[in-house]
Every structure is written in C-alpha cells, then in structure tokens.
Design a protein around this ligand. Structure first.
Ligand code: GDP
Length: 528
C-alpha cells in the first residue's frame, strides 16, 4: 500500500452522527442526505462500485418490519469529492448507551433542532457526551416550513443552554407558509425555496448578491427586510471560525426544512468542507495516526440478533489506521490471538454487502460468537489498546429477580456477558445478594430479559428499586479507599467488570457523599 493512497482515502472521508431530540427530524434528514448520495452515485461521480440499492432497501425494509430498529446502522454515501459515513444513533424508545458510545466513534456531529421547539432535553444530554472529545458540531435548524421561533432567539438559546457559540452560515427568509428560502452569508447569495419538492433534489433558483434588484422582484418586501436583518445579524453574531469549530467551541448554523428537502445540502457542503477527516486516536502506548500503515481499530458497539435468521452478534469496529481487506488477519489484542476477518460486513455507499476494502473512518461489522467485547482493539500485531470508549453511568435501574431460583448461576453468567457486550450494566451490592440492572434507555431492559430467555434459558423479571444514579469510584490511595469502602458500604456495588461503584438512591445523597469524601473520585464514565 502506498502512503499517498492511504492519505487520499483518509482525506476523502468524513464520519459523523446526528444528535437530536426525538421528532426533531433526524430520520427525515438522513433520508435526504442519502438522496443526495444516491443522486451523485447515479450521476456517476463515484465510479467502479456496483449499485447497492437493492441490498439497502431490503435492509431498511427488515428494520421497518421489526418496528423500532434495535440496531445502529452505518450508511456511507458520496458527496462532492468526499465519502461520508453517517452512524445512526438510536433515538426514540431504542435510545440506549449505544447512542452515547456511537458519539465517541465519530469525528463530528450534526445537531438537529426543531426550530419550533428549540433546545430539548435529549439534545442537552447528547451534547454533554460530545464534550468528552470536544467533537466539532454543525447545527441544522429544522422545520422552517412551519411557524417557528425567532432565529435570533433560537441561537441565543443554543449559546446559553449548550455553551457553544453560534455562527450562522445561512439565514432564513420568512417562515411557515411564507418561507422564501435562505441567504448564504459566506457565498452572498439567496437560495429560493419552493414547496412540494421534498422527494427530489430541489431545482433551486439562486440570486447572487443582497443588493441584486432581482431579489426584490423575486420575494418583494422580504428583500428589504432581509437586507436590514442581515446587517444586524452580522453585527451581533459570531463569524465562522474554523479553529473554534474544530475545538467544539463554535457551531456553524443552517436553517431549512428536512421535509421540504431544503437546506440539507448547504449543511452537507459545510460538513465536507470543514468537518475533520478521520482523526488520530490515543492508545495506552502511543497516538495512532490515520495514515499509519498498520491496520488498527476499536469496537464501539455490539449488536445482537441483527439478522433474525442467524442469532449472531455483530461487533462494529471503527478503523483508525491502515486498510481493511477481506480475508486479512488482525491481532485481537485483549486475547492475544490473530484472527482472520473472513466475512466482515462493510457499509460501502449504502451497500450492506461483503465489500473488499475499508479505510480509516469507515466502520466494519465483525461476526462475533462471544469473543469480542466492547472496547476491544484490533491491530496489525502491535500490542496496544485504544482508550476513550467508555461505559456511561446508567440513568434507569431495576432489581432483577429469577423465577426459578436454581438458575442463579446462569442468570449471573448471562448478565455478565450481556454487560460485557454493552447491552446493559449489572451491579452486585457489597452487602446483599441483589442483582441490579442499569440502563440508559428503557428498551435495554426488555432486550435483556428476552435475551436471557432465548440465549441463557433463564426466566427473569424486574422489580422497581430506589436508585437514582451510579458513579464509578476511583482512588489512588489504598488506605483512603479502604476507609471509604467501610463508611459507604451500603451504597457500594461491583459492576460487571468488578469495578467499585457508588449506587446513589438520590442525587442529593450522591452530592453529600462527594462532599464527605473529597479524596475519592466519582466518575460518570468508565473506560473498558
Ligand atoms: P426523528 O424522530 O428525529 O427521527 O424525526 P423524524 O424525521 O421522524 O420527524 C418527526 C416528524 O417531523 C415527522 O412527522 C416528520 O415528517 C416531521 N418533519 C421532519 N422534518 C420536518 C420539516 O422540515 N417540516 C415539517 N413540517 N415536518 C417535519
């Protein structure tokens, strides 16, 4: 492999995910984004790939039939000269820890906001997670075809609540039934909106220059309003600053309607121009650059029952460096063995086929019969481990109870394995025999009971338990730790990997414990 080829493949790629509150329009935007991808594919910009349309629609059909998608799928599509990987983040009832973890495997995020509603609760949580890596964020204010809130007010809210500066790249002209289009501040052009073109790529009319008399002809009094508004906006808002964007301190903001398929392309233009190419990653030994020659990657998600016919699990691996080739060997670092990737799934341009090559920024799916865990590293032989793929403190807790007490061993084994996979977290209190299951999304509980039944032949049910949150305990001084263990025993538990965890019945209790034990660290995430 030549280094130039590697560099070129890396430079082409953008790997991102969408963060949003349910119903803000994530699914609709994803559809439109793929529409652009397919159109470009059809137009032949990306050559030499067989059309994957069939495979993809079958795949989506399958997900639809199952109701809520329990999977996080990966979509690759071409845009301009770039190849974009979009990692889907489970959002509604299927919201789970995987949603959080996916955000640690991308290089940038698109934040979608329902412009009628503004910043909502789920978005705040997800933004928090992106801060672990200071991931660059683009923002799309959606649903401008409805009566939405004042754009200045929306940006103020984002700045205040999410603590990120906003730099408008486009500015809306009117809204709802009167939505006329947007003014692109950097290109100095107005792009006019026409309703009823949601299913196709819009045939847009562009008018160059704010002072262009054509503008007055096209949108009447909106033209003069726009000129005055833009003057104010330019004075009062941040200018786009690439550096600040890359540090996650400033977000470029776009306005449009995903349903009307207007504005999504402006955002995509920004994404391929500014969003980072696949980034280097830290290991316990060294920093791995995407252009390093040897293959390496880490597992950020394990998906069970992806194909209902085969009860296998798929481990999603993000490639950090080198090149993946079908049939290649790689070192499974944790177990110290070389394994052959004979039937990995790739997600080339929407095709869930067996594909030949994949590069840094791409995701591959490894079939897994229990040997791969969350956070596992694969390399070309080097003994190192990627860091930064954490467990997140659960927000929901239940006590799990067996129907048949003789199955305690199986239950235990099943729960530990499911927790290694990231399906759920399990805690065993120090001073009683309870088994507490913790999750970020409610569906995780159902998935676990149903998998315990089919895979481990264990009938279990949940009971409510009074737990508000959990924190992983860290303390370098063994003596302080021991004292803490004695004092706080009734709130302590071991997690699935035998890490000491503080189980707090209320947030106030947690706060008090933290104040009482300043030498002990209470962590919201735990590394694998
Ligand atoms: P998700 O939950 O974030 O994936 O949101 P969806 O994409 O499923 O959208 C939620 C609802 O909002 C659906 O009924 C969409 O048709 C609707 N929707 C999405 N984008 C727009 C938009 O730009 N304008 C309007 N009026 N509705 C939209």
């Amino acid at each position: 492999m030549s280094n130039e080829q590697n560099r070129a493949e890396v430079d082409k790629r953008r790997t991102f995910a969408i963060i949003s509150h349910p119903d803000a329009g994530k699914t609709t935007i994803t559809e439109k984004v793929l529409l652009y991808g397919e159109a470009i594919q059809k137009a032949g910009t990306i050559k030499g790939k067989k059309s994957g349309q069939h495979a993809k629609s079958d795949w989506m059909e399958m997900e639809k039939q199952r109701g809520i998608s329990v999977t996080t799928s990966v979509m690759q599509f071409p845009y301009g000269d770039s190849l974009v990987n979009l990692l889907d983040t489970p959002g509604h009832a299927d919201f789970s820890e995987d949603t959080y973890r996916t955000l640690t495997a991308v290089d940038s995020c698109l934040m979608v906001i329902d412009a009628a509603k503004g910043v909502e609760e789920r978005t705040i949580k997800l933004m928090d997670v992106t801060r672990l890596r200071d991931t660059p964020i683009l923002t799309f204010m959606n649903k401008l075809d409805r009566d939405v809130r004042d754009p200045v007010e929306l940006m103020d809210e984002v700045e205040e609540v999410l603590k990120i500066a906003c730099a408008p790249i486009t500015w809306p002209i009117g809204m709802g039934k009167q939505f006329q289009g947007v003014y692109h501040l950097l290109r100095d052009e107005v792009i006019l909106y026409q309703s009823g073109q949601g299913h196709t790529i819009q045939d847009t009319r562009t008018i160059k220059g704010l002072d262009n008399p054509e503008l007055d002809e096209a949108i009447g009094h909106y033209a003069q309003d726009l000129r005055e508004e833009i003057e104010l906006v330019q004075g009062a808002s941040h200018e786009f600053d690439l550096d600040a964007f890359l540090k996650g301190e400033l977000t470029p903001v776009y306005f449009g309607t995903a349903l009307g398929n207007f504005g999504v392309d402006h955002m995509l233009d920004g994404l391929v121009e500014w969003a980072p190419t696949p980034q280097p990653r830290e290991t316990d030994k060294r920093l791995v650059e995407p252009t390093d020659e040897g293959f390496s990657g880490f597992v950020f998600k394990i998906q069970a029952n992806m194909d209902p016919q085969h009860r296998d699990r798929v481990a999603f691996l993000r490639i950090v460096s080198g090149r993946y080739r079908q049939g290649m060997k790689a070192r499974h670092v944790r177990i110290g063995k070389d394994v052959r990737f004979s039937d990995a799934l790739t997600f080339m341009a929407g095709d869930r086929d067996h594909a030949e090559d994949a590069w840094p920024g791409d995701i591959i799916g490894l079939h897994n019969h229990g040997t791969i865990q969350l956070g596992d590293t694969f390399t070309a032989g080097e003994d190192m481990k990627f860091t930064g793929i954490p467990n997140f403190a659960p927000e929901l807790f239940r006590r799990i109870q067996l129907k048949d007490p003789l199955k305690a061993k199986q239950l235990h084994k099943g729960l530990i394995q499911l927790s290694e996979e990231g399906a759920v977290q399990v805690f065993r209190p120090l001073n009683n025999n309870d088994l507490i299951v913790g999750a970020v999304g409610v569906l995780q509980f159902d998935v676990v009971v149903s998998r315990l039944k089919t895979e481990y032949k264990v009938d279990a049910a949940y009971e409510p338990i009074n737990v508000a949150t959990a924190r992983w305990i860290h303390c370098d001084d063994p003596k302080t730790l021991e004292q803490f263990q004695n004092k706080a025993q009734e709130n302590l538990a071991w997690d699935g990997s035998d890490h000491l965890t503080y189980i707090a019945p209320t947030m106030v209790n947690l706060q008090l414990a933290q104040e009482r034990h300043p030498d002990v660290t209470f962590r919201k995430t735990r590394e694998h």
